[in-house]
Design a protein around this ligand. Sequence first.
Ligand code: AMP
Length: 266
Amino acid sequence: MNIVTSAYDWKEIKKTLPKESIGLVPTMGNLHEGHLSLCKRACDENDIAVVTIFVNPGQFNQYEDYQAYPRTLEKDIEMLMPYSVDYLLLPKIEDMYFFDNAIEISEKQLSKQLEGAFRPGHFDSMMTVVLKLINLTSATRAYFGEKDYQQLSLIKKMAQYLFLPTTIVGCETIRAADGLALSSRNARLDVESRKKAALFAHILKNTSQPETAKAELIKNDIAVDYVVDQWDRRLGAVWINGVRLIDNVALSEVEALGEHTCKLQF
Ligand code: AMP
């Protein structure tokens, strides 16, 4: 795995690469098995796999959160070693933002809902960085987790509306044994909060209505930003002991809807 620490070095390297398929996995680092599942697919499905680590300040609503985001480069490199990732690209802030960050793309509908309503500006900045990474790498395919379902939907929409030649590949959510979706934020949960976080995943999947899920979460001392059934998914965002977690599950997998789904089929 070659480690490239600037976008400009990468541009020079890219000129030397054969015209083969390139799989891109954009991340913010602090890697876990969820990220690695994306990396594995990028390696399996492309001639060249590029993983990027860029902690994008524009995606954070509080500067303190950006500063506190775990940066674990050495461990990340170790975790990537068993995979056949060809390049680990670590763009600098100035590579991605230039000196004035004067150009940003903006989505006016989907990005304003749910996560977008709670995190103003988050999605526009995320999409801009993803677009830059896609262009920089000339990715044939780019891999994103269903865990961040609204993000994945927005990236697919961006690729369609901007006629990007890149295929956006959604990858299933990797979960801990107790059902909690893996996330860099989970490390901030103490033992008690970690149990509640597993309950969040369980309640999302095992209640018939979003309102019931919400009531059940609140009963368990979990603060709820939203739980909704939308886009054939149940999506939720909660706060557990100061840590904000998001998750979603296909409605076809919501156990409590099983009977109802069957009825619809007959
Ligand atoms: P992040 O580093 O949090 O920006 O995530 C980088 C990519 O990994 C995004 O496409 C995420 O959706 C994806 N990802 C994060 N957690 C998981 C997970 N548990 N399972 C699958 N993909 C994930």
